[in-house]
Design a binder for this molecule. Structure first.
Ligand SMILES: C[S@@+](CC[C@H](N)C(=O)[O-])C[C@H]1O[C@@H](n2cnc3c(N)ncnc32)[C@H](O)[C@@H]1O
Length: 353
């Protein structure tokens, strides 16, 4: 990965943002206590998500712990991209020199300037200004600063190294694929390559192709692939229309993309997987747990944070009938289950007969 050093201002601002997530724990605890006091529990909470939201949010709306969490969340959503971009601007000149050097290497990239960007994708996901392509260098800004320095750091267990936790989940997931002899692997929605690099670690002899809609993410993925010495074949494509030949792929895989897709798009991506997979080939997707695997309070909280955190498609993917969808497409040996200990990553697996 790219070696760089942030300036003090950028580093401190990103550290501050990363510290906001964990600091919410005590606010969430207070909300749970309030709901318990009000007699809201698994037995009394509504089944229907919208009715449950009214029930819970009605109870919490004047609670300082809820209002503070909302204020902090709102501030985080509105400012994380601005702060990360400003941290980037402070070191841009040094980085550009490194970027140029990392264009050379074994990883190839085919961009498609006439690609059709779908309407659902124009939503600023995570409320990040401009979404995945909001800045010429969004690949670096998102991959290295927002994902690694804010999200990754916030999720790192005490005593771990930054990015340790969030990235070891990717490795754990890739290692859980049933075989080790996939000749050709296609990853959909590779972003700047954090899961791609885990695929390379677990399957060092496989040919690895990876696509994404975002040019700026792919440009940064190429730098990461080159920095690590991998020969990834990156290309800009919609995961629904990869342009690959039928029956040409042994493993069709992705990590945390499903919850960012509307349900009809998920179905089209799965269909594309079925088309490009060889007979006996496997679809292996990792994502967040469906709401059916959570208690009612946790699924409300996930849904609430998704609604206000710029994840408009999360609810659809977390409530869709994935097993029926996979069966309808023709997959067999379907598995839809969480990994220990926290049901994360959640595995969607199927084999093409
Ligand atoms: C949350 S990121 C996942 C990135 C990566 N797999 C990881 O492990 O972090 C979702 C990625 O999916 C991409 N994406 C969304 N819709 C897509 C589509 N229809 N086809 C290809 N990529 C898509 C986005 O551009 C983004 O880079």
């Amino acid at each position: 990965m790219i070696d760089y050093k942030l300036k003090q201002h950028g580093r401190a601002s990103l550290d501050f943002l990363a510290s906001l997530g964990p600091s919410m724990a005590s606010l969430i605890k207070k909300q749970t206590e309030e709901l318990t006091k009000a007699g809201l529990n698994e037995a009394t909470l509504e089944e229907d998500l919208d009715k449950r939201a009214l029930q819970i949010e009605g109870k919490l709306k004047n609670l300082p712990a809820f209002r503070s969490q909302n204020l902090l969340g709102e501030w985080h959503s509105n400012n994380h991209a601005r702060i990360a971009t400003s941290a980037f601007n402070e070191i841009e000149n040094e980085l550009i020199v490194k970027f140029d050097k990392l264009q050379e290497g074994k990883t190839s990239l085919k961009l498609n300037p006439s690609i059709q960007i779908p309407k659902y994708y124009k939503y600023p996901i995570h409320r990040t200004t401009g979404g995945w392509d909001g800045h010429e260098h969004m690949g670096f800004i998102h991959g290295e600063l927002i994902h690694r320095k804010i999200v990754g750091k916030a999720l790192t267990p005490a005593g771990g190294t930054a990015y340790n936790d969030i990235n070891s989940d990717r490795l754990k997931f890739a290692s859980a694929a049933p075989r080790r002899d996939y000749k050709t692997i296609l990853e959909v929605g590779c972003s700047s390559g954090p899961y791609t690099s885990k695929l390379s670690e677990v399957f060092p002899s496989s040919r690895i192709l990876a696509c994404d809609l975002s040019a700026s993410q792919l440009v940064h993925a190429q730098r990461n692939g080159n920095a690590l010495g991998y020969a990834w074949e990156l290309f800009q494509a919609d995961g629904r229309f990869t342009g690959l030949e039928e029956n040409s792929v042994d493993l069709f895989t992705s990590y945390i993309i499903l919850h960012e897709l509307p349900v009809d798009i998920i179905s089209e991506v799965l269909n594309e997987g079925f088309r490009v997979l060889k007979s006996g080939g496997e679809l292996f997707f990792g994502d967040v747990a469906p709401f059916s695997a959570m208690d009612k309070l946790s699924s409300w909280r996930t849904d609430y944070l998704a609604r206000y955190g710029g994840e408009p498609y999360w609810r659809g993917s977390a409530t869709m009938d994935m097993i029926s969808e996979m069966k309808k497409i023709g997959f067999i040996d379907i598995k839809y289950k969480g990994m220990e200990p926290k049901n994360y990553p959640w595995i969607t697996f199927g084999r093409k007969p």
